[in-house]
Design a protein around this ligand. Sequence first.
Ligand SMILES: [Mg+2]
Length: 399
Amino acid sequence: MKITDVKATIIHASRSYVASAGLETPVPKKAPTESRVLTSDYASRRHICIYPQGVQTTLVQISTDEGITGIGESHAPIAPQVSKAIIDGILADVIVGQDPLEIDVLWEKMYSTMRLRGHSTGFMTEAISGVDIALWDTFGKATNLPVYKLLGGAFRDKIKAYASGLPGATSEQRIENAKKFIHERGFTAIKMSIGRGSLEEEIYNIAAVSDAVSDEAYLLVDAHGAYDAYTAINLGRELEKLHVYWLEDALPPEDDMGYKMLSDTLDLAIAAGETECNRYQFRDRLNSRAIDIILPDICRAGGISECRKIAMFADSYNIPWAAHVSMGSPVHIAASLHLAAATPNFLICECPSGENPIGNNLLKEPIVCEDGYFEIPQGPGLGVEFDEEELDKVIVDDS
Ligand SMILES: [Mg+2]
């Protein structure tokens, strides 16, 4: 079998990404006077990344001379046109005419194209991710097997998920939404976003939600890299009292020594890794034992092939991985679920909690998430099939 074409297509739909992900600045509220944590405007010091107006991603389709097509996704919020340009301008030349089943060989060829020029992370690996996932989908369809079987089989028959992004501008709204996640959708873990208000306000808001739901669900906190190590240690001590399970991205990703200080000092789990894009970056994090849980994103960190290597490398340290999944197409979730099924040290999968206009509505059969667990798609390949009519409605560039 030979690859005859690689096509990158940008899809986009309107929706408030920021509000749906609980990323709005919280309404200021008087914090408890006994708090010992400094009040400071961290958002102005270390600003978190920007978010798109709407939901967007780049889909990748591989065609073959046997009529089999595979689908993948390069998740590149804000600039999906960049991954499209890399696929069209660099990666297509490398893989067209090649055997799509030689996935590792093709991955190394794609990675090598720009490696010595310093392009070995970020947009480059996001673009490679989309092609890699499409290759695995092609492999599955060619063998009539789901991807998790090709990866060695399933360690579990359903995938535990957490509700990510707790919407609401006030504590009352957040508590109401958290209770809905627990009682209506069966989630037993929920993630809150911080890093925009003063630390006192953030802790006060977390305490309100924790008081309301910590008997029923684990609370995870994502700080989006907003703090320095000293502040994060003080924050972490407060979060431990509030029974927070993990503190995610407490520091900017470059602060290796700070992460080491955090993991040595705090008892709650230190989670990070959505910013890391290849096995070499994860190797350095794991070697220093600075993270307790790694969070690779399958549509950013090189696809199924590279994330499998990353997961296995983490397993050699007896460290679990959790799937980072932000708002994108169902391909992102499906690829994550197959790798989650097929790796022994998988912990939990992120489930963007809001309605997604480029989500299940684009599929013939939806990906099911019920009672806090995803079902693993069982069809050949990734096991997802787009409804072409619905997909057409969100395509903005298929040139
Ligand atoms: Mg995060």
